[in-house]
Write a protein that binds this ligand. Structure first.
Ligand code: G3I
Length: 370
């Protein structure tokens, strides 16, 4: 599989017509029902989703929706270090391989997430790092993973979430991390250089969360992220782009188009590509009527993506899941509904029926004019 989406429009449309769930067949003049992957491609973008390999196997409706709509996949867990390196010295890429196999069958690209994070590390790692501070505990996993998928993955999230506004340091870079504890901030640079040594061409991304709110702490995060990116570039660290997670909060965080637009312009001015890597919308604290909530979630999605897709540096968007049947938002203590109902923050509902959020993504794609 190369790094372009090789599927022809004809085949996509055929698959679409054969596989459309009943609810999506309703007449809707304003909505283009061809798969999002096709619409995105026409606009010079890609659309994709995070997936679970286990669910692709066990839930055929889910798998066919992913196969139809997504042009690119990312593993929600299978390429994380906790999954790959449960035992020191061994690398198990079985979970990632299964997703890659699905992606190949569906002519989809795949991206890697994430090589270095303060979370989702195997239990043995923290103690070993503390004992030895051996840099190979950082670099061996990066080299093994990047080489394993060399020439195959579209891109890698190399370092994830290094910014922390609770940091005691003026740079607002995270200190409550096994990586900072062992190496200081140099782990970030080391990680990118190591990934580039392992694959000379794969695009390397820094991935960050909470970059869009119109509040002081999000501004602090944007400034810290820009400073980090600038300092890496000044040191000739090989970095190609910024991944903006895009976990939006429809009812607890203000979004302002101009603020987000200015930030994207500053990232673009650094010569970096941008991907929305983990889009979803927390709907906790919203109105109790699901259809009212769905519309509000969709409206925010549209406002957000209209800004994002207006930038030339923006190359694509992945949602962090595709159906409300499977979303981390329904499990997380900060975002789940206390009465046990599912969160409704993804383009399809729990019965795989398209929601207004799906239309919002389609219209934002269509609206891209560059
Ligand atoms: O697989 C084990 C299972 O064996 C065990 O019984 C169960 C008990 O809790 O845990 C299962 O592992 C969980 C795993 O998801 C698979 O479901 C982990 O506890 C849980 O921590 C893990 O959560 C993931 C989280 O990242 C941490 O890796 C979420 O699914 C995933 O959506 C979330 O994704 C992150 C991105 O990587 C980075 N940006 C934020 C985003 C949301 O938090």
């Amino acid at each position: 599989m190369d790094r372009t989406d090789g599927m022809t429009d004809r085949r996509d449309i055929l698959q679409c017509l054969m596989g459309l769930p009943f609810a999506t067949l309703r007449p809707a003049l304003a909505v283009d029902w061809s798969p999002l992957r096709i619409q995105a491609k026409r606009a010079g973008l890609f659309y994709g989703t995070a997936v679970s390999g286990a669910l692709l196997k066990s839930d055929s409706e889910y798998a066919s929706l992913v196969g139809r709509e997504a042009g690119i996949l990312v593993a929600e867990g299978e390429t994380k270090r906790s999954a790959v390196q449960q035992v020191e010295g061994t690398f198990n890429f079985g979970g990632a391989d299964a997703i890659l196999d699905f992606a190949r069958k569906n002519q989809q690209m795949m991206r890697g997430h994430t090589l270095v994070w303060h979370r989702s590390n195997p239990a043995w790692l923290a103690a070993r790092l503390q004992q030895t501070k051996d840099e190979r505990l950082l670099t061996d996993f990066i080299s093994a993973s990047v080489k394993r998928f060399q020439g195959v993955f579209h891109s890698w999230d190399v370092v994830n979430e290094a910014v922390d506004i609770a940091s005691p340091n003026a740079d607002a870079l995270r200190t409550d991390s096994i990586w900072y504890a062992a190496f200081g901030n140099s782990y970030i640079e080391t990680a990118f250089r190591c990934a580039r040594d392992a694959d000379k061409t794969v695009p390397l991304y820094y991935n960050e969360a909470n970059l869009e709110g119109d509040v002081w702490w999000a501004e602090k995060r944007r400034i810290a992220t820009l400073n980090l990116l600038e300092s890496l570039i000044a040191k000739n660290v090989p970095i190609n782009g910024l991944g903006i997670q895009g976990h939006l909060k429809a009812f607890s965080l203000k979004f302002n188009e101009e603020v987000f637009s200015r930030f994207l312009d500053k990232v673009s001015a650094l010569g970096l590509k941008i991907i929305i890597t983990e889009l979803d919308v927390a709907d906790i604290h919203g109105p109790s009527d699901p259809s009212t909530r769905d519309q509000m979630v969709a409206d925010l999605t549209r406002r957000y993506l209209d800004v994002a897709f207006s930038k030339k540096a923006m190359i694509g968007c992945l949602t962090w899941g595709i159906s409300d049947k499977y979303s981390w938002l329904s499990d997380d203590k900060n975002y789940r509904w206390p009465d046990g109902q599912r969160s409704r923050g993804l383009p399809y509902d729990e019965y795989f029926r398209a929601k207004p959020m799906r239309d919002a993504i389609a219209k934002a794609i269509e609206n891209r004019a560059i």
